[in-house]
Design a protein around this ligand. Structure first.
Ligand SMILES: *[C@@H]1O[C@H](CO)[C@@H](O)[C@H](O)[C@H]1NC(C)=O
Ligand SMILES: *[C@@H]1O[C@H](CO)[C@@H](O)[C@H](O)[C@H]1NC(C)=O
Length: 194
């Protein structure tokens, strides 16, 4: 009787274990090769990652999907919202899909801190790139409309250094890695390695 109980318990725990494994392989942390080749962006999970007014979609990611060379995001900022002031050592290209706003950017120099940024108006169907390591910030300064951008970065996963303000020394900028949208899958992949 005891043996039968043990076997049943083992069997039940195996079944629930397999359903957990199955469920996680169908979540957003999966190889891009395992996803349908053509996907509907409206059905890809989106999240604010705790930032009010942000909607972030990792269209194709390194930690999430195993991309090696590039990563693609679709981000929407509600009026008045913005990214932190930050830098990263990858190339980054933006395409503005809708809305408008302001790009603030301080070119990387041998100064100790970014300094007063240049301001650039960004508008529907505009594109811009962020040179490697330039501190920058994107604001939706249009109070009537969402700002939506498609973002392509090289050399993922992104390692972001965050500044409190434009006069914070480069050496004091805080590394945020893994970045917010990579956190869940990096925990799962480090668990897998145990
Ligand atoms: C894409 O997803 C949206 C939201 O679920 C849906 O309304 C739309 O019809 C889908 N497009 C196609 C071509 O299936
Ligand atoms: C963006 O510019 C391209 C090139 O001129 C054009 O073909 C396209 O229709 C434009 N898209 C929008 C949304 O204005």
């Amino acid at each position: 009787m005891v043996e039968r109980y043990v076997i049943t318990t083992l069997l039940l725990s195996f079944i629930s274990f397999s359903s957990i494994v199955f469920a996680s392989s169908s979540s957003s942390c999966s190889s891009i090769a395992g996803l349908p080749l053509v996907r509907n962006i409206s059905e890809i999970p989106q999240d604010s990652y705790g930032r009010p007014g942000l909607s972030h979609v990792t269209v194709a990611g390194s930690i999430l999907h195993g991309m090696k060379e590039v990563e693609v995001w679709l981000q929407t900022f509600s009026p008045g919202t913005h990214t932190p002031i930050h830098r990263h050592s990858c190339e980054e290209v933006f395409i503005v899909q809708k809305g408008s706003g302001t790009l603030y950017i301080a070119s990387y120099s041998h100064g100790k801190y970014p300094g007063k940024p240049e301001e650039h108006f960004i508008f529907p169907n505009s594109t811009f790139h962020i040179p490697v390591n330039d501190a920058h910030q994107l604001w939706n300064t249009n109070e009537h409309e969402d700002l939506q951008v498609l973002v392509i970065i090289s050399r993922p996963p992104v390692k972001v250094f965050v500044y409190d303000d434009w006069s914070m020394p480069h050496s004091a900028a805080r590394l945020k890695f893994p970045y917010y949208w990579d956190e869940q899958c990096s925990q799962e992949s480090s668990k897998d390695e145990l």
